[in-house]
Ligand binder design. Structure first.
Ligand SMILES: CC(C)(COP(=O)(O)OP(=O)(O)OC[C@H]1O[C@@H](n2cnc3c(N)ncnc32)[C@H](O)[C@@H]1OP(=O)(O)O)[C@@H](O)C(=O)NCCC(=O)NCCS
Length: 329
């Protein structure tokens, strides 16, 4: 696959102010900090909604405090600033979310409106694989004429939780991450990608309208590892890149054990995994841009580095992307 020439020039993040600790969860659930840390690596998560948020946020109108849109707007604004990009330079806003504020219109419309963007706006929902699908979508747009794309992952996962369900309530959190992508002729590209779905597995992880999340955790773990490893290997083979050449692995931050199991099977050492799950929990579509921004802040990326992004989640969906980093880092 030929290099498509797109570069990430800006990034931003947003987290709601309320920190929920495992000790907080112990007051609601028959669980322990020790169990949660050992099984998932999560110590704290941020919550925009739920029993630990004071005062309780107004969910309606959806422009109120603690919505997917408000988090997306904050992260998006930072990314535009870092990229020194004006709203009218953005061809499209792509908002990856599995927790839109309304069924209609797409939450990206409110985000574009708040940021003064009129180029175009669309939501992408592929559950926790959303941001990786978004990267592939944005790169495709840039290769066919778009000038700049604002790509955001934003979620209020706490709205989907039953806080009394110990099988999954400890795992998730809220947040947003955003990047600006630009078409370029120089270094920086999506080298190859892979995406897949197994629609026979929709019952493993789902949220029905008005209901709390249902997750068959053990099965999700098994299937996610297998599918994501195959997907990454396929993308690496297309890009003619060996696992040992990967400078940074930015997986969906589902939980520490899954990320390490995938990395080990692909042949990527643990120290090359970008991880923020300990302080954010699983923020679905927001997790990869949050982990990416953290790695940039720590100086872990340089021009020409090879990066693998990989997402997986409800559906089951998965996607991976091999990227040559070209940003001004
Ligand atoms: C959710 C997950 C951490 C649970 O770990 P597990 O080792 O599979 O745990 P199990 O569900 O088999 O339960 C093991 C024991 O812990 C207990 N348990 C379950 N939840 C618990 C909790 N929150 N606190 C304490 N104990 C708990 C179970 O009742 C069970 O007890 P038993 O052995 O006496 O029957 C793990 O399955 C996982 O990480 N799955 C993937 C989830 C995921 O990443 N989802 C998002 C994908 S995008």
């Amino acid at each position: 696959m030929s290099e498509r020439g797109c570069v990430i020039t800006g990034w931003g993040t947003a987290l709601p102010p309320t920190v929920v600790t495992n000790a907080d969860l112990e007051t609601l659930l028959d669980t322990s900090d020790e169990w949660i840390v050992e099984r998932s690596g999560v110590r704290t998560r941020r919550a925009a909604t739920g029993p630990f948020v004071r005062p309780a946020p107004a969910l309606h109108p959806p422009s109120g405090v603690g919505t997917t849109a408000t988090l997306a707007i904050e992260a998006g604004r930072q990314a535009l600033d870092v990229a020194r990009t004006a709203a009218d330079e953005i061809s499209v806003v792509v908002l990856c979310t599995t927790t839109p504020d309304q069924l209609m219109p797409a939450t990206s419309s409110a985000v574009a409106g708040a940021l003064g963007i009129g180029g175009g706006a669309v939501d992408v929902n592929a559950a926790c694989a959303g941001f990786t699908y978004g990267l592939i979508t944005a790169a495709g747009m840039l290769s066919t004429g778009a000038r700049k794309v604002l790509l955001i992952g934003a979620e209020t996962m706490t709205r989907t939780l039953n806080w009394n369900d110990r099988t999954n309530a400890f795992l998730f959190g809220d947040g947003a991450g955003a990047v600006v992508l630009e078409a370029v002729n120089g270094v920086g590209s999506l080298l190859a990608w892979d995406a897949g779905v197994d629609g026979s597995l929709v019952d493993l992880l789902y949220v029905d309208h008005g209901d709390g999340m249902v997750m068959r955790g053990r099965e999700v773990f098994r299937r996610a590892v297998r599918a994501t490893v195959d997907s990454i290997n396929s993308a690496l083979a297309q890009a003619k890149v060996g696992a040992e050449e990967i400078s940074l692995f930015v997986p969906h931050q589902a939980n520490q054990r899954i990320m390490e199991a995938i990395a080990e099977r692909v042949g990527i050492p643990n120290e090359r995994i970008a991880t923020v799950v300990e302080s954010t929990g699983n923020t679905s579509s927001a997790s990869i841009p949050l982990a990416l921004a953290d790695s940039i802040a720590r100086g872990r990326l340089g021009a020409g580095d090879l990066v693998v992004f990989a997402g997986f989640g409800a559906g089951m969906t998965w996607a991976s992307a091999v990227w040559r980093w070209g940003g001004p880092v």
